[in-house]
Design a protein around this ligand. Sequence first.
Ligand SMILES: [Zn+2]
Length: 83
Amino acid sequence: MSRILLLIVFVWILYVLLKRFFAFIQSNQAPSNKSVLADNIVACHRCGLHVPENEAVMIDGNAYCNHPDCHRINNGRSESNLS
Ligand SMILES: [Zn+2]
């Protein structure tokens, strides 16, 4: 009789351990779906180069790349756009 009781306890422990094991595997696989390309890409207003928004320089609401020519032209005078 005690052998049957021992067997039932053993099976129950095995069941709990397997349940925890599969829950652990599922929790490890789930969050790997996060996108790396979360940054917005904007085009430079002068040369058209596409740069991430956090690296772009914003002048008068327009995005510019980090190229010195794109900055220098817009620093001295205001750009005359046909907007
Ligand atoms: Zn540029």
